[in-house]
Design a protein around this ligand. Structure first.
Ligand SMILES: Cc1cc2nc3c(=O)[nH]c(=O)nc-3n(C[C@H](O)[C@H](O)[C@H](O)COP(=O)(O)O)c2cc1C
Length: 181
């Protein structure tokens, strides 16, 4: 799929067929995560692959019963590794760059999954401690995003976004949303 078409046609998928994802396809998705930009190339992110049903159920519960998380045959738990980034960038690395490294890989995975015919959804609403417990995360790694992955059972309607004029600004100053200082 052409990259611009992939970007434009991706939607959050919240209903999955029971079909399994074969390992070659899953590897392609994970390689897309690895190819994402990373501050100073510290690669301050980790991904846990979850296929076990009991763990998928625990993740869905941790995410306030978003049941499509247990329905998907695979869940990916994206984590930030703040120490990796902090070693080079101090506080900014710990509090920001590791989150951005993780988010960049999340977006790559959503797009790669879509290009490969899979559905996925960025899930950020969850109890961090419950996710930690479900997958046995070490203390120094922070769960940032869950991505359920599977073949879509439903195709959602296009999402209404903002027009470019509503969030792109040619200049910071002199625009209606920000007074000149
Ligand atoms: C940081 C973040 C957190 C999100 N958390 C959730 C979530 O917990 N559950 C969910 O169903 N969708 C979640 N979403 C997906 C958004 O609801 C979705 O991207 C948005 O409605 C636009 O729809 P689209 O992805 O189909 O374009 C999240 C998206 C982002 C970027």
């Amino acid at each position: 799929m052409d990259i611009l078409q992939t970007i434009a046609s991706r939607r959050s998928i919240r209903a999955f067929k029971p079909d399994q994802i074969n390992d070659d396809v899953l590897t392609q998705v994970l390689e897309a995560a690895q190819a994402a930009p990373s501050a100073g190339n510290r690669q301050s992110r980790e991904i846990i692959i979850v296929k076990d049903e009991a763990v998928r159920i625990a993740l869905a519960e941790a995410a306030f019963n978003q049941l499509f998380i247990q329905e998907a045959p695979v869940d990916l738990v994206f984590c930030a590794n703040p120490l990796k980034s902090q070693q080079r960038y101090g506080e900014r690395g710990r509090d920001l760059y590791c989150i951005l490294d993780t988010a960049a890989s999340v977006q790559n995975v959503l797009l790669a999954a879509h290009a490969l015919g899979l559905g996925s959804c960025w899930v950020g609403a969850f109890n961090e401690e419950a996710v930690r417990e479900a997958v046995g995360l070490p203390k120094d790694v922070r769960p940032i995003t869950l991505i359920p992955l599977g073949y879509p059972a439903k195709q959602p309607e296009p999402t209404a976004g903002l027009s470019l004029a509503e969030f792109v600004h040619a200049e910071c100053y002199g625009q209606p949303w920000r007074k000149k200082i």
